[in-house]
Design a protein around this ligand. Structure first.
Ligand code: PAF
Length: 274
């Protein structure tokens, strides 16, 4: 695997490479990322992964400084997964001057995670568009665990007519159901044992809806109360339409249940499609 940090060098390395498949990450790779790398092979000739902890998508009181940086281990995993090129720019490579031109997503950036992380999706969309411009892939893969992020990126790609196919990879889970996340490493032993509770509740909401329950607010509130009783601090549990993350309107519209909640200082997100 070639490791490249400068934009010009990456452009040279990508000349004449055929179909490029891109998997952007912030590093601290787990089996969820590796599954995206493995799926990438089916979509093109050259797999490019990136590792860049993007300051723009972190709020002032978030974990940018302590976000786990595990570069050597990540390189070993990417090599084993058959990645051809790792683009690992420094901040000076990607943001040599303050990034004043940004992508401002529409109202979707202010709901759910956006309500609790103001500016987060602006930071994500801006870096992803910049990475797309640098790598110029034909296909890009993102995990469905970040469901709202995937929607923002899909919508941006479509509305700005970027010639890139966006593919969502299924969430990879630990045996007890906890969605794999780079932030799981922050959990204490007791918190780690409690963490799968979130996924169990999402499953319960799904089952209730499948049995015909239509009062989604009741289901959301019951889940929040149960989490609170178990020591969580919940930002949201929300049943939404898959198409645009709005509240359920049309009968039989495909739904998704999304949640973000904090165990101690660790904020976990998860979702489940119905
Ligand atoms: O999902 C992530 O790891 C990040 O949000 C992304 C897409 C790499 C942009 O920094």
């Amino acid at each position: 695997m070639q490791i490249i940090s400068h934009i010009a060098e990456l452009r040279t390395a990508l000349k004449g490479r055929g179909r490029v498949v891109f998997v952007p990450t912030m590093g601290n790779l787990h089996a969820g990322h590796i599954s995206l790398m493995q799926q990438a092979r089916a979509h093109g000739d050259t797999i490019v992964a990136s590792i860049f902890v993007n300051r723009l998508q972190f709020g002032p009181n978030e974990d940018f400084d302590k976000y786990p940086r595990t570069f050597q281990g990540d390189c070993d995993k990417l090599t084993a997964a058959g990645v051809d090129i790792l683009f690992a720019p420094t901040e000076a490579d990607l943001y040599p001057e303050p990034q004043e031109y940004v992508v401002e997503p529409p109202a979707i950036q202010n709901i759910l995670d956006g309500e609790f992380r103001p500016g987060h999706f602006r930071g994500v969309a801006t870096v992803v568009l910049k990475l797309f411009n640098i790598v110029q892939p034909q296909v890009a893969l993102f995990g469905k665990k970040d469901y709202q992020q995937l929607m923002v990126i899909r919508n941006m790609t479509r509305q700005l007519a970027l010639p890139i196919e966006i593919i969502g990879g299924e969430t990879v889970r630990a045996e007890d159901g906890l969605a794999l996340s780079s932030r799981n490493g922050y959990l204490s032993e007791t918190e780690r044992a409690e963490a799968p509770h979130l996924y169990r509740l999402l499953n319960e909401i799904r089952s209730a809806i499948q049995r015909g329950e239509t009062d989604t607010a009741k289901l959301e509130n019951a889940a929040i109360s149960e989490l609170t009783a178990a020591g969580w601090k919940t930002d949201y549990v929300a049943v939404r339409q898959q198409s645009d993350l709005s509240r359920p309107k049309a009968a039989n519209a495909p739904l998704v249940v999304l949640a973000a909640s904090r165990l101690g200082s660790t904020r976990l997100i998860d979702n489940i499609e119905i």
